[in-house]
Write a protein that binds this ligand. Structure first.
Ligand SMILES: [Fe+2]
Ligand SMILES: [Fe+2]
Length: 275
């Protein structure tokens, strides 16, 4: 069952947290549906693992040909691996950074994306959705080079993509976090490795502090809800050293280690605390 992040008579924001099998192979991820009247959009619909249930969930609210957009924060497989199926089963437009506009068609069969890609310029914009507009906020290098976050002024939810993510189970991801301190250990390893630099985080915090935000909702793990936790998150991420801040010549040595292709282990950065 999806989590209802917001609902009024005409508008709803739903989050799906547990559509993929939790066997440790594929990282837990969230998919989102925004409904406004008899139309809507899916945000970061994910890979093929999530398609069926998300499609059925959407069909409960409006018929697939009323889907306005498939909106992608960036072009990773856990974001739009299922693009071929969305382009086949609906008439929605793909909304994605111009940086990825001509790469995304590699996810689909030939011709499926013809005249159906809205390439978003680096500065972002406001996208009409039903009777409202969804704000496409620049979030480049967090972590992807062409990356957007989505602010819904009706629910005051900021969908943050891979920023603010935590490594939790699909069940744990359903419950919003209202106190940041005990939650940092589930976020820190990921952010230190997947975010590109502290300079970018500071620029983003400066922009986002101007918004009235009820909830930060990431694409992995639990939402961060309430003024105190959001303020603490902005303060934490603003000073976090990450990515190229932490890399020096030690990370660029000719390799000596022989990889054993038969040993199987989860990537350390995806564990709760991280490497
Ligand atoms: Fe990603
Ligand atoms: Fe992701």
């Amino acid at each position: 069952m999806p989590v209802e992040l917001y609902r009024d008579d005409h508008h709803a924001c739903l989050m799906f947290t547990d559509l993929i099998e939790e066997d440790g192979q594929a990282v837990q991820s969230n998919q989102f549906l925004i409904v406004d009247g008899d139309t809507g959009a899916v945000i970061d619909p994910g890979g093929n693992l999530a398609f069926n249930e998300l499609y059925v969930g959407m069909s409960r609210h409006f018929s697939p040909h009323k889907l306005a957009y498939v909106i992608a924060s960036h072009a990773d497989p856990d974001i739009i691996g299922s693009l071929d199926r969305w382009m086949t089963s609906t008439s929605g437009l793909l909304v994605i950074s111009r940086v990825w506009e001509r790469f995304a068609p590699h996810f689909t069969k030939v011709g499926k994306t013809d005249n159906r890609v809205v390439g978003v310029p680096d500065g972002g914009g406001r996208l009409p959705l039903g009777r409202h507009e969804l704000w496409l906020l620049p979030a480049h290098f967090m972590h992807s080079e062409g990356n957007f976050q989505f602010y819904d002024p009706v629910s005051r939810i900021l969908f943050t993509g891979d920023l603010g993510v935590s490594m939790l189970s699909g069940q744990q991801a359903k419950t919003p976090v209202t106190e940041l301190a005990p939650h940092i250990r589930f976020m820190e390893g990921f952010h230190r490795r997947y975010m590109v630099s502290n300079k970018i985080l500071r620029l983003w915090v400066r922009m986002v502090r101007q918004l009235d935000i009820a909830m930060l909702v990431p694409q992995h793990g639990a939402p961060i809800s309430g003024a105190a936790a959001i303020r603490d998150f902005l303060d934490w991420i603003e000073t976090l050293a990450c990515g190229i801040d932490l890399f020096d010549e030690r990370a660029y040595q000719l390799p000596q280690t022989v990889i054993d292709p038969h040993s199987r282990r989860t990537a350390p950065v995806l564990r709760a605390v991280g490497g």
